[in-house]
Unconditional design. Structure first.
Length: 119
């Protein structure tokens, strides 16, 4: 059983930056692909970014490419999401999630952290 705890959400003005962090425990971190998802009110959950154990060639959703950066530190069991040039449409609850590298579905989820971008 993997536990994920996010932190770093908050209120920021459009154009600003936030950094989200997620700490994992209870599993072998290197075996998991880590992902960041978000869900805005009335909208479906969408994937924001994902990163493999090696950190190479991370995936980004189209709406955040060039503005968000995902990184991981396998020694500290953490994954981070640096969000720059934030827009009001980035407002959502952001979730950290992970899946084993041999699985296709994200099995473990954090509790979520609210990000609000004011215009």
């Amino acid at each position: 059983q993997v536990q994920l705890v996010e932190s770093g959400g908050g209120l920021v003005q459009a154009g600003g930056s936030l950094r989200l962090s997620c700490v994992a425990s209870g599993g072998t971190f290197r075996q998991y692909i880590m992902g960041w998802f978000r869900q805005a009110p009335g909208k479906q959950r969408e994937i924001v970014a994902a990163i493999s154990w090696s950190g190479g060639n991370p995936f980004y959703g189209d709406s955040v490419k060039g503005r968000f950066t995902v990184t991981r530190d396998n020694a500290k069991n953490t994954v981070a999401l640096q969000m720059n040039r934030l827009k009001p449409e980035d407002t959502a609850v952001y979730y950290c999630a992970c899946r084993h590298q041999i699985e296709t579905e994200y099995r473990y989820w954090g509790q979520g952290t609210q990000v609000t971008v004011s215009s």
